[in-house]
Design a protein around this ligand. Structure first.
Ligand code: NDP
Length: 257
């Protein structure tokens, strides 16, 4: 008789603390539900307190653990304060950070204002830098951590009307690769997820015509779901992904294949 024991991947994040930015809706909300479902204690971060409270209530009603923390990711002092608050919540730990908060201000370059450029770079790129910097100190002393940055296929291939957004999302990839190299010895992995078109409020803003055209370019012939991106976050946060760092996981139904 064989002594091989068959087993499958089961993600258990019990006793781990996760912080997700942009957790009040869309992809961030789906990620919060997934990580809480795997047993993590989840700090949900965004600016709108009311929406965050709804997400937290949903998690708690389902038996999970979560707290809402209002924070503007572009504000250095607010970010540092938020990480300090999270450390106080659940035994001085921070195991997983998902830098998901992001905005678009789409227009062609000749019409793009300084503010369109600055706001997008500040939220998508500076916000990720600020939370990563604040999280590395506790992660380094724990000698364990997972940082997951939400980029976009727009950062891989460019997209007319999204020069600011594409630059921020491409910047995240270089940032991720560098921080991954800096932290690998400390047992901290840093990866990117690059979603394609995923059905959330951000995608809905593009309108039926653009989404219809986009669908024609997607081999899977459909938009992705927030849960499909959240599952990738769960995998990269898990022990199964311990040897993956500095990578970009593209979740786009084959669009950039
Ligand atoms: P949504 O617009 O639905 O949600 C964005 C989230 O970011 C909200 O929770 C918002 O909360 C938060 N946020 C925005 N600005 C700030 C800020 N300054 N400080 C704190 N929180 C902020 O976007 P999605 O869920 O669709 O997208 C999530 C991420 O995925 C983004 O980074 C996006 O670029 C990326 N992405 C999305 C794709 C898609 O098709 N949906 C495709 C590729 C990438 P609040 O306003 O309350 O602060």
């Amino acid at each position: 008789m064989s002594d091989v024991k068959l087993s499958s991947l089961r993600v258990d994040l019990k006793d781990q603390v996760a912080l997700i930015t942009g957790a009040s809706q869309g992809l961030g909300k789906a990620m919060a539900l997934r990580l809480a479902g795997a047993g993590a204690k989840v700090a949900c971060v965004a600016r709108s307190v009311d929406k965050l409270a709804e997400v937290v209530a949903t998690i708690r009603e389902a038996g999970g653990t979560a707290e809402a923390l209002a924070c503007d990711v572009t504000d250095s002092a607010s970010v540092d304060r938020t990480v300090e608050e999270v450390l106080k919540l659940w035994g001085d730990r921070l195991d997983i950070v998902v830098n998901n908060a992001g905005i678009t201000r789409d227009t062609l370059v000749p019409r793009m204002s300084d503010d369109d450029w600055d706001q997008v770079i500040a939220t998508n790129l500076r916000g990720t830098f600020l939370f990563t910097r604040a999280a590395t100190r506790p992660m380094m002393s724990q000698r364990r951590g997972r940082i997951i940055n939400i980029s976009s296929v727009s950062g891989l291939m460019g997209n007319p009307g999204q020069a600011n957004y594409s630059a921020s999302k491409a910047g995240l990839i270089g940032f991720t690769q560098t921080v991954a190299r800096e932290l690998a010895k400390r047992n901290i992995t840093v990866n990117c997820i690059a979603p394609g078109f995923i059905m959330t409020d951000m995608a809905a803003k593009l309108g039926e015509t653009i989404l219809g055209e986009a669908k024609k370019r997607i081999p899977a012939n459909r938009l992705g779901t927030a849960e499909e991106v959240a599952d990738c976050v769960l995998f990269l946060a898990s022990d199964a992904a311990a040897y993956i760092t500095g990578q970009v996981l593209v979740v786009d139904g084959g669009m950039t294949a």
